[in-house]
Ligand binder design. Structure first.
Ligand code: DGJ
Length: 747
């Protein structure tokens, strides 16, 4: 058991040797959080780390108070975890200990809430603590699951109305985390469409600081993940917390630093535009938050989250399977294609070594432009006269898998679906509907809409041999409202929308278990831990420019594993930036993730096609490294002038790896530059093969793991040598956009 209960001290200790959480029943019945983070020896009492009780806020001077369920109105003036409107209109919450259970394993969350799971009860233990607000009868169960081999605690909370009158949950955080000092830097992954998940850092200051989304989806602007690190924390040393929310809708991640320099972090459903009435006997469960603590830097934090999300959040047959190398026609054709053109592209793709052909937007209704036909999931016979089945069969006959784009949650005003069911599009009677990308969002809070979509999309997926689905979502929600909810329950809308979306995923994934689902929301606007439960990979960004992707993939990797990141090579000039980067540079960036192409292969020169064949062969041979390896960040594109980046990936058994160094712009007289690798066995010898293009290696040499990690690889020459000369066995290439890959094999 990783969870112990000390009856005399009334103390719990969750400990697995990698992290510890110590909680205690205070004398007044509140649940104190004495410690969270670094591993402590189980056994002794740690009650000296917290107060005995809490009778008034003056006690807090010089005495940091950690609470597991801070409620409002009772003298803890920091941000609360739970706000319930009581029958008398007040929101005071005084939750006192009732009892607890320690369970082997991890019970699932109710309904459709995505959550991490165990395959064997020995993988985790769960502590459930019941507290009660006596005057109202509001009962809360706080849940803490500690994974045996991971420095992670999963948290959620269930609020039950055991009183006699209705109450309203106004705010319910999935987790709060009280830390006894404020010497932290907050990291958020922020940006917008096409530049998602930039690493933004700020040292904590007194007051509130945080990010969130009120867009109806987790959004491209801020990710439902935050980290805290010490000033001295690096990629491989020092303390860090990573906190991810398994939820795809509105969220809040916020830190409050109080006057005594204690830190409270909270994460959960955004309390704005949210309320959940509870009749007597009813209950509400929050989504799950994952709290990873690392004493081994940001890299240790990412390792922990990557492993958990990849192995125990993702589900289904595709969880551990090699993901196919795909070619998507979107940037190659946009809406302008027909059966013949797609087959020609598929043939060319096959000749390149591609494994999966994906037909993107434009195959249904009369979708020649983005202002029409969303909702009409019937094949457009003008473009595809033989139907989807014949097209899929022909593509599959070439030896490729066949994939299809859908955007089920949307509708255009110009569609048969909208004409038949205008009330299915989100909007408020008597008010203008805000359009975006000329489309409206369907009311996924309406079960009839979800039923219809399960049928309509299910028919499409059953109509042809489809191996893969790309599930898009191209606008946010405005004028939130569902006619299916009474006026007093409209604040449930956003949450019900997300549950409706999850319901549709669940039905389709259950009906078509063989299909690999990739989530997409204009690229990366719904890249969150929750969706990974149904779609184990996500289209990372619509920005396919390799220089931009260095930042996007680096930022994304703070929380999310390589197996979840779709990354494609596209044509030049790049459609988002106009940049002209060589194709091998583009591939060297896209290879770190689930690799593919997003272009028209029939328009490529012979030399480029040849380059692609080599790239595909290179990736295929190392797919395990690129998709399921341990990803280690080496040099940040967010540091300095951003001209360089480097990262690497190593298989779980350490036998193979690939390290990559990227230099955006060439400078004359390069300064000496050595790249220190990580994650290798210092006692082992490695065969290192350097590549710049993928047709032939630049050279092979042998090095010790100790040298590679402590002295590093020479990636720039010491002196200006003539072109073609070698340093560390690596030829100098003078050009902008230079990637250098080092293939590592343990000898
Ligand atoms: C946005 C996606 O991110 C693109 O890849 C593409 O599928 C378009 N939508 C299609 O409308």
């Amino acid at each position: 058991m990783t969870i112990t209960w000390n009856d005399a001290a009334r103390e719990w200790h969750l400990a697995n040797g990698r992290t510890s959480w110590v909680l205690r029943v205070l004398e007044n019945g509140w649940i104190g959080l004495l410690h969270a983070g670094a591993p402590l020896a189980p056994g002794p009492s740690y009650r000296h780390l917290g107060p005995a009780s809490f009778e008034g806020y003056d006690n807090r001077v010089n005495e940091p108070v950690g609470l597991a369920l801070p409620g409002p109105g009772i003298g803890d003036f920091r941000i609360p975890a739970l706000v319930v409107e009581n029958p008398d209109g007040s929101t005071v919450l005084d939750p006192r200990y009732v009892g607890h259970r320690i369970l082997a394993g991890k019970p699932p969350l109710p309904g459709l809430l995505p959550a991490t799971y165990v395959e064997d009860p020995a993988e985790a233990d769960t502590l459930e603590i019941d507290v009660r607000d006596e005057p109202t009868g509001v009962e809360v169960t706080l849940s803490f699951s500690i994974f045996r081999d991971r420095p992670i605690v999963a948290r959620s909370m269930r609020i039950a109305n055991a009183g006699a009158a209705r109450v309203v949950v106004r705010m319910a955080m999935s987790a709060t985390l009280d830390l006894p000092d404020a010497d932290w830097t907050l990291i958020t992954l922020s940006g917008t469409w096409a530049r998602e998940r930039s690493v933004v850092e700020r040292a904590l200051v007194p007051g509130f600081q945080g990010v969130g989304s009120l867009r109806g989806g987790s959004g491209a602007e801020h990710n439902p993940f935050v980290a805290l690190r010490r000033a001295a924390t690096t990629e491989d040393a020092g303390e860090a917390w990573g906190v991810a929310l398994a939820w795809s809708g509105n969220f809040l991640a916020e830190v409050d630093v109080d006057a005594h320099a204690t830190t409270r972090l909270r994460i959960g459903i955004h309390p704005d535009a949210f309320a959940w009435p509870l009749e007597p006997g009813a209950s509400f469960t929050t989504p799950e938050a994952l709290l990873a603590w690392s004493g081994e830097g940001l890299g240790g934090m990412s390792d922990a989250l990557h492993g958990l999300l990849r192995e125990r959040m993702a589900r289904g047959p595709w969880r551990d399977r090699p993901r196919p190398i795909l070619l998507n026609n979107w940037e190659g054709t946009y809406f302008d294609f027909d059966h013949r053109r797609i087959v020609e592209m598929a043939k060319a793709a096959k000749a390149m070594g591609i494994e999966l052909f994906v037909l993107d937007d434009g195959w249904f209704g009369r979708r020649d432009k983005d202002d029409r036909s969303l909702g009409d999931w019937i094949v457009d016979r003008r473009k595809l006269p033989h139907g989807l089945e014949a097209l899929a069969a022909e593509v599959r006959g070439l030896g490729l898998q066949f994939g299809l784009w859908i955007e089920p949650e949307m509708v255009n005003a110009d569609s048969d679906l909208f004409r038949a069911h205008p009330d299915w599009a989100i909007g408020i009677p008597g008010r203008r509907r805000t359009e975006s990308r000329q489309q409206l969002v369907l009311d996924m809070a309406n079960p009839a809409v979800v039923d219809h979509l399960a049928e309509a999309i299910g028919s499409v997926l059953a109509s042809a041999p489809i191996d893969y689905v790309k599930w898009d979502w191209n606008r946010f929600i405005t004028e939130p409202y569902s006619p299916t909810l009474p006026a007093a329950r409209q604040d449930e809308f956003f949450l019900r929308y997300n549950l409706g979306m999850y319901d549709l995923y669940e039905r389709l994934v259950t009906r078509f278990p063989h299909i690999l689902f990739e989530s997409c929301a204009s690229g990366g606007a719904r890249f969150d831990a929750g969706l990974l439960a149904w779609a184990p990979q996500a289209w990372t960004s619509d920005d396919t420019d390799a220089v931009e992707r260095l930042k996007i993939q680096w930022g994304t990797s703070l929380a999310y594993p390589l197996s979840s990141m779709g990354a494609h090579v596209s044509a030049v000039p790049n459609h988002q930036t106009g940049r002209l980067a060589p194709i091998d540079f583009r591939a060297a960036v896209a290879m770190f993730g689930v690799f593919g192409y997003e272009l028209d292969p029939t328009a490529m020169e012979a030399a480029e096609l040849e380059a692609v064949r080599h790239q595909v062969a290179f990736y295929r041979e190392r797919r395990d490294v690129f998709q399921y390896g341990r990803f280690l960040r080496l040099r940040s594109p967010f540091k300095g002038d951003g001209n360089e980046a480097a990262w690497m990936s190593v298989t779980a058994d350490g036998s193979r790896g690939v390290a990559a160094h990227y230099r955006v712009l060439q400078r004359p007289m390069p300064v000496r530059n050595r790249l220190l690798l990580r994650g290798l066995d210092p006692a082992a010898r490695y065969e290192v093969t350097a590549w710049s293009s993928f047709d032939a290696p630049l050279g092979t040499f042998e090095r010790g793991g100790d040298e590679l990690m402590r002295v590093g690889l020479g990636i720039e020459p010491q002196d200006p040598l003539p072109a073609g000369a070698w340093a560390d066995g690596v030829r100098i290439v003078r050009s902008d956009f230079r990637a250098r890959l080092f293939d590592l094999r343990r000898l």
